[in-house]
Design a protein around this ligand. Structure first.
Ligand code: NDP
Length: 234
């Protein structure tokens, strides 16, 4: 029987690749999109994850279309890079609000149905930066590190209900987010990646598909790096 999967920020980049991968594996996949149009061939629900009412409305739409969400991928995220001395409190708080509190909002809404079904998969998209730190990204790194403690706490809370919660920590992946980096910075980063290149969104998607599959039934609370060796397993 097909499962209902919801991917936040699934209109482009890593989220879209994850959504397509889960759909190819046979899930009924819905994505949230905030700007632009929903992606072709996928059920799109408009949602800004910083707004609890919009999150609730999006879940209702997905439930009406496909039934309760059994696989949740909290992928939506933003950067607002700046050195600490120059970073506004608003730029700190808004990145936390999207990347960390956004994951809280969608996970809280999703677990209701999962607990009732006594099965579920939650995958949180963190970053190698959350584990290594990154100058100019204190807000982003804090939000991504926060997802690790959040996810591991959920893994403990929800394990007895047959729900697994795991974190994927991508390294540098070819998307709009990294295209925004100056070329010299991109070259410098590649020098520190043992595999010598950026990853693809599909490489993240395949790991998420595995973690949300039956094959990963005994994996929970894990942080899986997909980073070409940049973080050396952290
Ligand atoms: P993109 O910038 O390409 O896409 C970000 C996605 O998040 C978009 O779909 C965007 O929607 C959505 N989004 C942002 N803010 C909100 C919000 N408030 N409500 C709803 N949706 C929102 O990013 P990537 O695909 O590169 O990244 C996806 C995830 O992977 C992020 O969490 C990112 O931090 C993480 N990651 C990325 C890495 C990389 O190298 N690219 C490395 C490590 C982690 P919209 O299009 O409407 O703005």
């Amino acid at each position: 029987m097909s499962r209902t999967a919801l991917v936040t920020g699934g209109s482009r980049g890593i989220g879209l690749a994850i959504a397509r991968e889960l759909a190819a594996a046979g899930d009924d996949v819905a994505v949230t999109y905030r700007s632009g149009e929903p992606p072709e061939g996928l059920f799109g629900v408009h949602c800004d994850i910083t707004d609890t009412a919009q999150v609730d409305a999006a879940f209702k739409q997905v439930e009406e279309e496909y039934g309760p969400v059994e696989v949740l991928v909290a992928n939506a995220g933003v950067t607002k890079d700046q050195l600490l001395a120059l970073m506004s409190e608003d730029d700190f708080a808004s990145v936390l609000d999207t990347n960390l509190t956004g994951a809280f909002r969608v996970a809280k809404r999703a677990v209701r149905g999962m607990m009732r079904k006594r099965r579920g998969r939650i995958v949180l998209v963190s970053s190698v930066v959350g584990l290594l730190g990154s100058g100019g990204q204190a807000n982003y790194a804090a939000s991504k590190a926060g997802l690790v403690g959040f996810g591991r706490s959920l893994a403990r809370e929800l394990g007895s209900r047959g729900i697994t919660v795991n974190v994927v920590a991508p390294g540098f992946i070819e998307t709009d987010m990294t295209a925004a980096l100056p070329e010299e910075r991109q070259a410098e980063i590649k020098k520190n990646v043992p595999l010598g290149r950026f990853g693809t969104a599909e490489e993240i998607a395949r790991t998420v598909r595995f973690l949300s599959s039956e094959d990963a039934a005994y994996i929970t609370g894990a942080v899986i790096p997909v980073d070409g060796g940049l973080g050396m397993g952290h």
